[in-house]
Ligand binder design. Structure first.
Ligand code: ZN
Length: 569
């Protein structure tokens, strides 16, 4: 089915409630019609084909490939008649510090009962440099060294709100903490995501006095993220955005060593400990507390080369039509960057990032075109922000959320697109990451009804998706945010959506196989784009601005940073 025919079908097949919604909100109906006519699958396909082309070399920040993609996006936005969003420019400069560990100059040595054992880089362990002290503006090398006893701290999570503390009854001052990737499965999905965040865990380790961290993973996590797949990505290095004083964000000078151990090495680490690794994992899965000293100490020496690179965000603005509300903004985001050059598959070493996230960039371009095509702009203003550095840690969006082009408290909501929903198969339902935390859940439900989609709960909480894309940068600054993702059901009964997505994650995700040769459903992606158009449009039209759900975990924590938002009343 083509785009124009599917929406007719969609409107004909509308649930009676949806017709009521349309009747109550005739402007939504008209807007949906414009968006449906404007957002064409052929155009989405063309954008993706260009952005995923080998010529762009995987769009890594700081490379010509990313800069070409950024120019392409800006050129398209200019052609739509939108306005540049950064004091007359399309580009918001973002400076990033990049650190790449020199594996041959670095080392990890374990000592058990006075006996030293040197581990093998990239085979037994891999080092991260994200904690390390910045090299300073003119230096190109950083070094850190730590030698300390090891303490196992389960997930390394202190969560008073969940009445949970992995550090209870154990003193880790001056120690290296050994912790499991992720957070307890018993936590609600988004709380689990929050406490899985490396930055949150690092802050906790520092607060408890640790001087280094060693990560281990549950076998089920290794299955989803195999060593051979993960290691090359870590070897690409770490990036942080730097502020005007040259200070990188989210680095922890107190943690002087950070390693990830292979499963085999982790097992050996627990030999002679109060519990075997398997027993420790079993207790962790059961949610029971446990922390104990391990018999080893570790000497971690990290040597990294550092460089400063520039990679812009691209920002376009559509001024709102309501004099009272147009100083408030709905911010759309999609990341333009991807991983760059990767380990080759079938002779191809370009990580094309067709779905991740050329698809999101492409649909956001068409969503922007739909807004620009409306006979009258929505009441609130809309910003279309195409960000850099997502793959390296949500860097461009975090920079934007710290230095927005409109005052933070005038940004009423973020709608993020990472992987255009609908791309895998004819989509029957959507998953709205974060929708339950704010009133945005209402706009999502309403938009889904109008579009004929069901809304499903997050089917893979273990992926902690909520903190893994750019909406999270806005949440951290107190802005209600949502990321509409693919659902798990298809209108084609022969397709098992969840299985298809899970298979994609282990076969194509973050490999050169996420390319134009894979099956992509552009018709369905166009329909997903109209859905995302509608979510933002409803927010932009409504009298009240979105708010956090009372007592919400994120709203309570971060809402005050955003305080002062006018409700438009
Ligand atoms: Zn990605």
């Amino acid at each position: 089915m083509k785009c124009r025919s599917w929406i007719l079908l969609c409107l004909v097949n509308l649930h009676p409630f949806s017709l009521t919604v349309l009747a109550q909100n005739p402007s939504y109906g008209a807007a949906v019609e414009v968006a449906t006519k404007t957002i064409r699958p052929e155009q989405i396909r063309a954008h993706i084909r260009f952005l995923a082309d080998s010529l762009l070399q995987g769009r890594a920040p700081g490379t010509p490939g990313y800069d070409i993609a950024a120019r392409y996006v800006a050129t398209e936005l200019e052609g739509m008649g939108l306005h540049p969003g950064v004091s007359g420019s399309w580009f918001q400069p973002v400076w990033l510090e990049k650190a790449v560990t020199d594996g041959s100059a670095s080392s990890l040595v374990l000592t058990v009962s006075g006996k030293e054992q040197k581990l093998v880089d990239a085979e037994d362990y891999i080092l991260n440099t994200w904690f390390a002290s910045p090299a300073g503006k003119d230096q190109s090398k950083s070094e850190s060294d730590v030698n300390a006893p090891l303490v196992f701290v389960r997930f390394g999570v202190t969560a008073p709100d969940q009445k949970y503390d992995d550090y209870a009854g154990v003193d880790v001052r001056g120690k290296i903490v050994v912790g499991i990737y992720g957070a307890p499965a018993a936590f609600p999905s988004t709380e689990r995501a929050y406490y899985s965040d490396f930055n949150v865990k690092a802050r906790m380790a520092v607060a408890h006095g640790a001087v280094g961290t060693i990560g281990i993973m549950l076998p089920e996590d290794w299955k989803r993220s195999p060593w051979e797949w993960l290691i090359p990505q870590i070897q690409m290095g770490e990036m942080h955005w730097i502020d005007k004083g040259g200070i990188p964000q989210d680095f922890f000078p107190e943690l002087q060593g950070n390693a990830l151990l292979s499963q085999q090495r982790a097992e050996m680490l627990f030999a002679g400990a109060p519990k075997t690794l398997e027993q420790a994992f079993a207790t962790a899965r059961a949610g029971k507390p446990q922390a104990f000293a391990l018999p080893e100490s570790a000497h971690i020496r990290t040597v990294a080369t550092q460089s400063t690179i520039h990679s812009p965000n691209i920002v376009a603005e559509l001024k709102g039509s309501d004099r009272r509300l147009r100083d408030q903004y709905v911010v759309y985001t999609a990341h333009v960057d991807h991983l760059g050059i990767c380990p080759a598959v079938n002779g191809d070493n370009v990580c094309h990032g067709a779905l991740d996230n050329a698809s999101g960039t492409s649909t956001l371009l068409e969503i922007a075109r739909a807004y620009a095509s409306l006979p009258e702009p929505p009441r609130r203003s809309v910003l279309f922000v195409f960000v850099t550095g997502e793959e390296m840690g949500l860097l461009g969006s975090d920079y934007f959320a710290h230095f927005p082009t409109a005052p933070l408290n005038s940004i009423v909501a973020n709608v993020n697109i990472d992987g255009a929903p609908g791309s895998y198969f004819p989509m029957k339902d959507v998953v709205a990451l974060g929708a339950e935390h704010s009133t945005l859940g209402g706009e999502v439900a309403s938009a889904a009804k109008i579009m004929g989609f069901e809304v499903s709960p997050d089917p893979m909480p273990e992926e902690v998706s909520f903190i893994r894309s750019d909406q999270y940068s806005f949440v951290l600054q107190g802005v209600p945010a949502v990321n509409v993702e693919d659902g798990v059901k298809s209108t084609d009964p022969k397709i098992n959506g969840l299985e298809m997505i899970k298979k994609w994650l282990v076969t194509r995700y973050h490999t050169p196989l996420d390319n134009m040769d894979q099956p992509i459903d552009f018709d369905s992606a166009a329909k997903g784009a109209v859905m995302n158009f509608l979510v933002g449009y409803e927010v932009a039209q409504q009298e009240r601005s979105p708010d956090w759900v009372k007592g919400d975990f994120f709203g309570t924590r971060f809402g005050p940073r955003h305080a002062g938002t006018s409700t438009g009343e």
